[in-house]
Design a protein around this ligand. Structure first.
Ligand code: 87F
Length: 489
């Protein structure tokens, strides 16, 4: 092959393929994958991205999975306004206090100033609970369990990162009210479990379930539970959250009910949410130097069939490729029969988009009644008899789903270090690890750790040793629980 030929090839790669290494230039790698795989694009508004069809299809799968679960559990969907009057947003002071710099406001209509400015919802507690006050009168109106799929705006000032940190994002927010704390407590965990299933079953990402510390919980909540994930870049990230609000909002918004014996009480409330950040987490968790790697259950396209076209055998090969597409009808299959692109170009493009299985079919394969099957996750290629193809594809998709999870689980397990003493802590604090250690539970100590090392608590995992004894390695006070510390998004 001539030098020139090589050069042309690599020029092509420059413009179309991923040119940055995930390990060495992560941020450049991420930007390229998001754009080149067709997930998102930047817009004139900093922090606001386009969710292109490919990422929206992923979001729709997450939506449909979770929507089914909550509907089966008795939650109903509804829609509340985007705009929230200032007076309403400030009704429960505590919950907005730390957040107020992030609230975006509508102040004008045309040239005239509004009498009261309107917040673009950063979250919908206040606007929803204003209605709940009117709708809930008696125990017969309970439980009230409403969810909305919507967009929210939070004017963040930290650097933007598509999906991971954007000023507008998509999410669902569930807001429920119960007659008893017990029912509410139970729902917090039920929902958290659905979130864990989204990550583990659909996205092939292992999670850690736990409770947030007092420092990290939502200020409006009695307690906050969360799903935590550790990314291969050495950072922790919250994957979703489920709060028990106690009676904090029901008291502020006067949401009360009369019970069977005509006694009055305030309702017990929860709120819970998962956002389009999950798409960023998915990208970072499984992606490699060729681009996206999608687990089959979340992949908008599971199999791509690429006919290897030569003028002489063209018709026969395409006809057989169509037959194969039909044969695999229960999966989502694309037949890439574009004639104005080379096979090599198509291979690269579908690899970039993370399609789990590629099937190549050329005239020589047809003679042998076979195709070539390539796995995106491992790059393995093998010949498969067309007779066995249906079965092999179904098995391979399952195998890819499982092995992506196993790989991520092994990486998670390798990332956790158990901290015994201060020396241990100092040694690992600067490494890209998750530090599992006993902690005193004092906010002051947690803050000092954050100031000194940049490490934050991810959560107090539900999975605790039977007895926590001894001292907090950082301050020497008696330990209360085991907690996870890490750098985080
Ligand atoms: C930004 C501005 C104003 C987060 C904010 O986690 C208010 C807030 O209340 C705010 N950013 N939060 C907390 C949201 C709590 C809760 N809402 C429902 C959730 C899940 C879904």
């Amino acid at each position: 092959m001539s030098r020139n030929h090589n050069k042309n090839n690599s020029d092509k790669r420059e413009s179309l393929g991923i040119t940055a290494s995930k390990d060495e230039e992560f941020s450049e790698w991420y930007t390229q994958v998001i754009q080149k795989a067709g997930l998102a694009d930047y817009t004139p508004v900093s922090g606001c991205i386009v969710f292109r069809p490919y990422s929206y299809a992923i979001w729709e799968k997450i939506q449909s999975f979770f929507d089914n679960k909550i509907k089966r559990s008795g939650v109903q969907n509804a829609y509340f306004p985007l705009l929230i009057p200032e007076s309403l947003l400030n009704k429960e002071k505590e919950h907005v206090e730390g957040f107020s710099p992030e609230v975006a406001w509508v102040t004008h209509a045309g040239n005239s100033k509004l009498n009261e400015k309107l917040a673009i919802r950063p979250t919908s507690e206040t606007i929803m609970y204003d209605s709940y006050r009117k709708w809930i009168r008696s125990y017969k109106d309970l439980p009230l369990r409403i969810n909305q799929w919507n967009n929210v705006v939070r004017w963040e000032f930290k650097y933007a990162m598509p999906f991971m940190r954007t000023r507008e994002f998509l999410w669902q927010e569930g807001h429920t009210a119960f007659a008893t704390k017990e029912e509410a407590d139970k729902e917090v965990l039920e929902i958290l479990d659905y979130y864990a299933q989204i990550y583990e079953e659909l996205l092939a990402i292992p999670v850690i379930k736990g409770r947030k510390t007092e420092k990290e919980k939502f200020a409006g909540a009695d307690y906050t539970t969360s799903i935590e994930i550790f990314l291969p870049v050495g950072k922790g990230i919250q994957g979703a959250t489920s709060h028990h609000l106690g009676q904090n909002f029901s008291k502020a918004f006067d949401i009360s009910f009369s019970d069977k014996d005509c006694g009055k009480g305030y309702v017990w409330q929860n709120s819970w949410g998962i956002t389009t950040r999950s798409i960023g987490i998915l990208t970072i968790m499984h992606g490699d130097n060729k681009g996206l790697v999608l687990p089959p259950k979340i992949a908008p396209v599971q199999v791509v069939v690429v006919p290897i076209i030569f003028e002489k055998s063209k018709d026969k090969v395409i006809k057989n490729a169509q037959h194969i597409k039909k044969l695999l009808g229960k999966h989502s299959v694309i037949l890439d029969d574009r004639t104005d692109y080379t096979s090599g170009f198509k291979f690269n493009e579908w690899e970039l988009k993370g399609v789990p299985i590629r099937i190549e079919i050329g005239p020589k394969d047809l003679e042998k009644k076979q195709v070539i099957l390539a796995r995106r996750d491992t790059g393995d290629k093998k010949a498969v008899k067309i007779l066995n193809l249906k079965k092999v594809v179904a098995e391979t998709l399952m195998d890819i789903q499982e092995s992506l999870f196993d790989k991520a689980k092994k990486s998670l397990d390798r990332s956790i270090v158990d901290i015994k003493d201060l020396k241990d802590f100092q040694r690992y604090a600067s490494q890209e690890k998750m530090l599992r250690m006993k902690h005193c539970g004092n906010i002051k100590c947690e803050e000092a750790i954050k100031d000194n090392s940049g490490l934050k608590t991810l959560c107090i995992p539900f999975d605790q040793p039977e007895k926590v004894e001894g001292k907090c390695p950082h301050c020497g006070e008696p330990a209360r629980y085991v907690v996870l510390f890490a750098r985080s998004y």
